[in-house]
Design a protein around this ligand. Structure first.
Ligand SMILES: CC(C)(COP(=O)(O)OP(=O)(O)OC[C@H]1O[C@@H](n2cnc3c(N)ncnc32)[C@H](O)[C@@H]1OP(=O)(O)O)[C@@H](O)C(=O)NCCC(=O)NCCS
Length: 144
């Protein structure tokens, strides 16, 4: 069972999440964060997923206004992928967002992760596009 919690920007947990995100999402592509991405971090919400107190997953939520958010940087420890941790993290985060009056989540999904988000109730909108050098799809989900 994954324990979901929000961490402050700049906290020790936030630092651990940055390390996890970099190792899983950026290093395999040979990319660094852009200045534009870094400039958002202090204004975003950072959620961690832990199992037996070990950080195994994380996700970033960017407020867009009018009840909308953008989900970014979803990552699960590779050795634990496919064991329900991504689902547990996302369902836990959605419960928190609903209590904060969020009613719409959008994201840019890597082509390889589209099936995961579809299982969680997201649907594709528009056409495929390239981001961080790989194919992506915009996806949306309405909460409530
Ligand atoms: C994509 C990712 C976040 C999914 O998390 P996960 O913990 O592996 O997924 P779960 O085990 O919770 O799977 C939840 C459901 O989605 C399905 N699923 C998981 N990954 C899938 C995939 N890549 N394609 C299709 N279905 C998938 C599972 O079968 C499961 O279905 P069920 O619960 O209805 O039986 C994780 O694999 C990951 O970090 N991948 C590498 C980084 C990445 O691609 N991040 C997303 C960037 S947009």
């Amino acid at each position: 069972m994954v324990q979901v919690a929000e961490a402050e920007f700049g906290s020790k947990s936030y630092g651990e999440m940055l390390t996890l995100r970099k190792r899983i999402l950026r290093d395999p592509l040979g990319l660094e964060w852009t200045e534009e991405e870094e400039s958002w971090e202090s204004r975003e919400r950072h959620f961690e997923g832990r199992v037996d107190n070990e950080m195994v997953a994380c996700v970033v939520i960017r407020p867009l206004g009018n009840g909308g958010v953008k989900l970014r940087q979803m990552a699960v420890e590779p050795a634990r992928q496919g064991t329900g941790i991504g689902r547990g993290l996302l369902e836990g985060v959605e419960k928190i967002l609903i209590t904060d009056e969020v009613d719409r989540i959008e994201l840019n999904a890597r082509d390889t992760a589209v099936g995961f988000y579809e299982r969680l109730g997201f649907r594709k909108v528009g056409e495929e596009f390239v981001e961080v050098t790989i194919p992506h799809w915009k996806m949306v989900k309405t909460l409530r």
